[in-house]
Design a protein around this ligand. Structure first.
Ligand SMILES: CC(C)(COP(=O)(O)OP(=O)(O)OC[C@H]1O[C@@H](n2cnc3c(N)ncnc32)[C@H](O)[C@@H]1OP(=O)(O)O)[C@@H](O)C(=O)NCCC(=O)NCCS
Length: 182
């Protein structure tokens, strides 16, 4: 059972009894949250599929997908998701992502939790490189990545199919050697 703590938040696996569904739906089902994503907004059934896949990944040996609930310590409320997916075990490379409920934006929670999961990736999983891609129009997401120390590496042309149209992405990454050990 994963628990990754930061000052105001912790990340944990979704509950196996499915009890997180309503909380997850608050961000997966919101069209504004999905503005810059290739997915969503998701229906209740699609959200249940997403949650069930995340639950199945918990028991994989070795585990390569971490779709984690972002929980506020102060209220124990599930307010979002942070993911870490190992894309290439040989090169020890993983991708991060994050999504928060709209009423919790602009309080630094995404930066805090993403920093914690990157620390986990380097120190507990022994990763070499962690990357993220985002839409060039997603300024808050680029800001999060820059704040926590990822460097902009490139610009990918029309690599994402977003609701029927191709769109560009910006690529950010951080290397194990860049990451503070303390
Ligand atoms: C991206 C997202 C996770 C950020 O969450 P958050 O908790 O609000 O992020 P933080 O508060 O840690 O940081 C956001 C930063 O963006 C800045 N920002 C927000 N809106 C901005 C805007 N329109 N223009 C410029 N900067 C902006 C904030 O000021 C903050 O930077 P600062 O701390 O230097 O002031 C949230 O907006 C979200 O869930 N969006 C929808 C899903 C999504 O796009 N996920 C990422 C897919 S790659």
């Amino acid at each position: 059972m994963i628990k990754i703590e930061s000052k105001r938040t912790f990340l944990r696996d979704y509950a196996r009894d499915g009890s997180d569904l309503e909380s997850i739906l608050r961000f997966t089902g919101d069209p504004e949250v999905a503005t810059h994503s290739s997915w969503g907004p998701l229906t209740r059934d699609e959200t249940m599929d997403y949650m069930n896949k995340a639950l199945m990944a918990i028991d994989a040996q070795p585990r390569v997908n971490f779709a984690l609930a972002l929980v506020l310590k102060s209220t124990n409320e599930l307010i979002g998701n942070v993911s870490l997916n190992i894309r290439n075990p040989q090169t020890r490379e993983a991708e991060i992502g994050y999504t928060l409920r709209r009423d919790q934006w602009h309080q630094g929670y995404a930066s805090e939790a993403a920093r914690a999961v990157i620390h986990f990736g380097f120190t507990e999983l022994g990763l070499h490189r962690i990357f993220a891609t985002t839409s060039p129009h997603n300024v808050p997401s680029q800001r999060v990545l820059e704040k926590i120390g990822l460097k902009r590496e490139g610009y990918l042309r029309k690599n994402v199919l977003q609701r029927g149209s191709w769109r560009d992405s910006v690529l950010y990454a951080v290397l194990e050697d860049d990451w503070p050990r303390v």
